[in-house]
Design a protein around this ligand. Structure first.
Ligand SMILES: [Zn+2]
Length: 76
């Protein structure tokens, strides 16, 4: 797998996903991703993006300002 920006090598890594909407922020920690060893660009695979959407959908109904969750943990 190569980087879409600089064609550098991508390595498996973890990142923090930040999603904002209206006045709310949802932060998901320890999201698995591929990270470029040259420019640091991070990409998610399709399964991970779906999971992020599920977490955000579930949280945006209950969050008022900021939510910080772990990707692997269950949303309370
Ligand atoms: Zn790159």
């Amino acid at each position: 797998m190569t980087c879409g920006l600089c064609k550098g090598d991508m390595k498996e890594s973890f990142t923090t996903s930040v999603t904002t909407f209206d006045d709310c922020v949802i932060i998901i920690k320890h999201v698995p991703c591929y990270e470029c060893t040259q420019c640091g660009e991070a990409v998610y695979d399709g399964e991970t993006m779906e999971r992020i959407e599920e977490i955000v959908d579930a949280l945006r109904k209950v969050v008022t300002e900021v939510a910080i969750v772990d990707y692997s943990g269950r949303v309370a």
